[in-house]
Design a protein around this ligand. Structure first.
Ligand code: MN
Length: 134
């Protein structure tokens, strides 16, 4: 059994996140496990850039109000206690609502490749793209 020290919060870099986003690594499985779990905390208006996950991703909203959008779809409002799944290769972003903080657990798997190719990052989400659905 391992019991780890209390996690530390790392600020998400400005090339991948708009606004104040902090993540804590909760689980990083040792081979053969490919488990990855982070808790991610978003200030109001903050969000990820557009990105995809090679093996998909599950998000569980633990606090606040989440906005999420898949490429070509509407922005969706997701509440605390709800779970989001994005399939492998689907372009999407996630973040806080304009008027709420938001925290979610992010759960995904590595691809077993050391170059970090499990997540592919694109452009930042513009102010025109971001916001509550019409
Ligand atoms: Mn994602």
């Amino acid at each position: 059994m391992d019991i780890f020290p209390k996690t530390i919060s790392t600020k998400g870099p400005a090339e991948l996140f708009t606004g104040d986003v902090y993540f804590d690594v909760i689980a990083k499985g040792e081979d053969p496990s490919q488990l990855r779990v982070n808790i991610v905390r978003f200030a109001p208006c903050s969000r990820t850039a557009w990105h995809t996950h090679a093996a998909g991703q599950t998000l569980h909203v633990t606090d606040g109000v989440c906005l999420v959008q898949a490429r070509g779809g509407e922005v969706k409002v997701v509440q605390q206690g709800q779970t989001i799944y994005t399939p492998p290769g689907e372009w999407h972003w996630h973040g806080a609502a304009p008027d709420h903080f938001m925290s979610h657990l992010a759960m995904w798997e590595t691809t077993g490749v050391a170059d970090g190719s499990e997540t592919t990052w694109g452009e930042l989400v513009s102010d025109e793209e971001y916001g509550y659905p019409e």
